[in-house]
Design a binder for this molecule. Structure first.
Ligand code: ADP
Ligand code: MG
Length: 705
């Protein structure tokens, strides 16, 4: 079951009297009192309304409960019993084993945990627990490996609900008490809630009414009822989101932008600066972008193309069109390394031109930066390249005409409008190598236009990817060594591992130690990771670019766009830590020159599923297909999340798995906004208030109504 959200949405917008009731402090709710009230406050639950919308994060399914005697092998089942014996053994090196013997009067069952010493503290002899897992017969005893555990209060030892809610907790507050508190809140306050949806809408989409849904989500009679309740809240959440986006869109349409036409003369002047012939898909993108920029309303376009497809030059073209029209252009990169790289490309192109440009990064001194910012504000600089921080720090432009955001969609609405001057907004181009499924982006950003670079510049070599079994490692390193001796360069990528994590994985620092004392001892090796200062990073990168170091051992900071054509081999350690789309980006670093690129994925102690995933990866060179695969294996991650776009996170809905509901919600929201643009009708007041509470700030919705 999908986890449900814990923070409390304010879901109803009832009349004042009811509002007051729902604002009853938790302290006055049965089973709470001042002590627990403080604990609840810690997780943001201050009043009755908060409790009602503090949905369970999961449910314990008791419908497949069995006595130990009735257990069957290989099916998910639950057993309720008393802890009879606990035995923990530790073998050092983080290896430990915990066995908990449960008895239910019909037999015994052993729960087993490996390398999770903290589990020991959850059990006491004599306590009631519910274990859920798929059991196996071991010798003469049933065994569950890493079962889900629910500690039951004595009263619950004989409870007969089919689905037991599981809430997020805080230290000092037990699941049992939380359940009782929630139950009390639901009994006492749920019927106070006022419906936010007009009733025709409830009917049309067969949505469970609010009061019923709140009850059902806390105390579902069965799975089906629970699904109905969840569907209602998912619909509500997505509907409110779509309302907000729809209203924002209509507000956006009123914005103006500078007209920046790419006249024949401008076009010819820019083309003289380009270092190579453009590909057909680059030409097409440029045509689309130029058409947008010629209009007096802001362009809002996504340029997507696989790694190495040549997005940068398209962006630079657009920026030069802007500058030719006498307006300023800004390019923002996600990392300093990338900002620098773009600056180098630009510097080469502009050697002979009078365009004034500047680079601002965290590496500048205070006074350098102040000077650049002053010149920007005065209009003495036409074109600026920098990291995202550039804009976050409220840079003042004289008249910004175009903003380009590289490799990132995390540039929120608010940062964008910070760059607006009165009613005039800059044209906006965002570049990404991470494919967004079209249906999704259409729904989320209906006003975003797409340009796609679908062919790589001619001469690009495919990247050969190998899965390297542990026994083949010496051969792989031998191969890497040969490339290095031929004068090529190499990347080694490893995850940056936090000491707080308890998953074993090679960290980048360890890898550096090991390799420089072993396989790569005879070569010049550099180390790069995101925790270095920007000066350090720049040094390391510069030495690699110039060929002074032959190998760069790095975290995924090189994922986005680093361009060193002489690097043709990459070795990836701890690959199952990365998503496939991310690995694809990484691998793209060695397909840049005219020689074939090689990527070796060291399999180490990789599990079956990860191996299967990496297997598909080694066979595909298609970033879009890999992104879809990633999604299948790993779920949506936060790639498609609202946070990526500067909005608050969704609490219950999931943009990928709830796509059907998203579609319905979108259609209905558009109808509503068309019929009542300001949401002024009294029936719509609750929805309007909810929308403003949730998105008013992040989407900068004007005071509609
Ligand atoms: P990405 O889309 O990943 O940002 P880049 O813009 O960094 O790709 O381009 C990748 C490489 O291809 C760069 O070295 C760039 O100079 C080169 N390139 C881009 N367009 C062309 C072209 N039309 N002909 C030849 N090389 C090109
Ligand atoms: Mg790029």
């Amino acid at each position: 079951m999908d986890p449900l959200p814990s923070p409390p949405p304010t879901s109803a917008t009832p009349s004042d009297d009811v509002k007051r009731r729902l604002a009853t402090p938790v302290e006055f709710i049965r089973g709470v009192g001042p002590g627990r009230a403080q604990l609840l406050e810690r997780i943001g639950l201050r009043n009755a309304g908060h409790l009602l919308f503090n949905f369970p994060r999961d449910y314990q399914d008791l419908s497949n409960e069995r006595t130990i005697e009735q257990l069957e092998e290989g099916r998910l089942q639950s057993v309720r019993g008393v802890v009879a014996e606990i035995s923990a053994t530790s073998k050092g090196f983080g290896k430990s084993r915990l066995a908990v013997l449960i008895s239910d009067g019909t037999g015994h069952l052993r729960g087993m945990w490996f390398n999770q010493p903290f589990m020991r503290d959850r059990f006491r002899e004599g306590m009631h627990v519910l274990l859920t897992a798929s059991p196996k017969m071991r010798g003469l005893m049933w065994e569950m490996s890493h079962p889900q555990v629910t500690v039951l209060a004595d009263e619950e030892a004989t409870l007969d609900a089919k689905l037991l809610p599981v809430y997020s907790l805080t230290e000092g507050l037990s699941q049992y008490h939380m359940r009782r508190i929630e139950q009390a809140a639901v009994e006492e306050f749920a019927d106070q809630l006022e419906e936010v949806f007009p009733s025709p809408l409830l009917k049309r989409y067969k949505l469970m009414p609010l009061v019923e849904a709140v009850r059902a989500i806390h105390q579902p009679a069965d799975r089906e009822v629970l699904e109905q309740a969840r569907r209602r809240f998912i619909f509500q959440e997505l509907f409110v989101l779509q309302l907000a986006l729809s209203i924002r869109r209509s507000e956006q349409r009123q914005l103006k932008a500078y007209e920046l036409p790419a006249t024949a003369k401008v076009d010819a002047r820019i083309r003289r600066l380009l270092p190579f012939e453009l590909t057909a898909s680059q030409e097409k993108a440029i045509t689309e972008i130029s058409a947008d920029m010629a209009l007096d309303r802001p362009m809002n376009r996504l340029l997507q193309g696989d790694v190495g497809s040549g997005k940068t030059i398209v962006a630079l073209y657009a920026m030069l069109v802007c500058v030719a029209n006498g307006r300023q252009a800004a390019l923002m990169a996600p990392t300093e390394i990338l900002a620098r790289q773009h600056a180098e490309t630009l510097a080469k192109m502009l050697e002979e031109s009078r365009v004034e440009w500047a680079l601002v990064t965290g590496g500048n001194t205070r006074s350098e930066r102040d000077e650049t910012l002053r010149r920007l504000a005065a209009g003495e600089v036409n074109l600026i390249i920098g990291t995202h921080a550039v804009v976050q720090e409220s840079v003042k432009f004289k008249d910004l005409g175009l903003i380009v955001v590289d490799e990132q969609h995390k540039f929120g609405v608010r940062q964008r409008s910070a760059l607006r001057q009165g009613d005039v907004a800059p044209h906006y181009l965002v570049m990404t190598a991470t494919p967004i499924p079209r249906t999704l982006s259409m729904t989320l950003f209906g006003d975003l236009d797409f340009s796609t670079l679908d062919a790589s510049p001619a001469g690009r070599q495919p990247i050969n990817t190998y899965l390297v079994e542990p026994e083949q490692e010496p051969r792989w390193w031998h191969f890497v060594g040969e490339r290095l001796r031929e004068g090529r360069q190499a990347f080694v990528v490893a995850p940056l591992v936090d000491e707080s994590e308890n998953m074993p994985a090679p960290s980048v620092a360890e890898a550096f130690e090991r390799l420089t004392n072993g396989e790569l001892a005879e070569f010049r090796v550099g180390l790069l990771h995101g925790r270095m200062t920007s000066g350090e990073k720049q040094d390391v990168m510069e030495r690699f670019r110039s060929g002074e170091t032959q190998v760069l051992v790095s975290t995924s900071v090189i994922e986005v766009g680093v361009d060193v054509p002489n690097a043709s081999v990459m070795t990836v350690l701890g690959a199952d830590r990365f998503g496939l789309a991310q690995l694809h980006q990484l691998r793209g670093r060695v397909g840049r020159g005219s020689r074939a690129g090689y990527c070796g994925i060291l399999l180490e102690a990789t599990n079956e599923e990860a191996r299967e995933r990496l297997e598909s990866f080694s066979k595909s060179n298609d970033g879009f297909a890999l992104a879809e695969l990633d999604f299948e294996y790993r779920g949506p991650g936060d790639l498609f999340s609202t946070q990526q776009h500067g909005m608050p996170p969704l609490r219950i809905a999931n943009l990928m798995t709830d796509r059907d509901i998203l579609e319905e919600a979108r259609r209905e929201a558009q109808l509503l906004v068309a019929a009542d643009p300001g949401l002024k009708h009294a029936d719509n007041a609750p929805l309007r208030q909810q929308m403003m509470t949730r998105y008013g700030k992040s989407l900068e919705l004007g005071d509609v109504g």
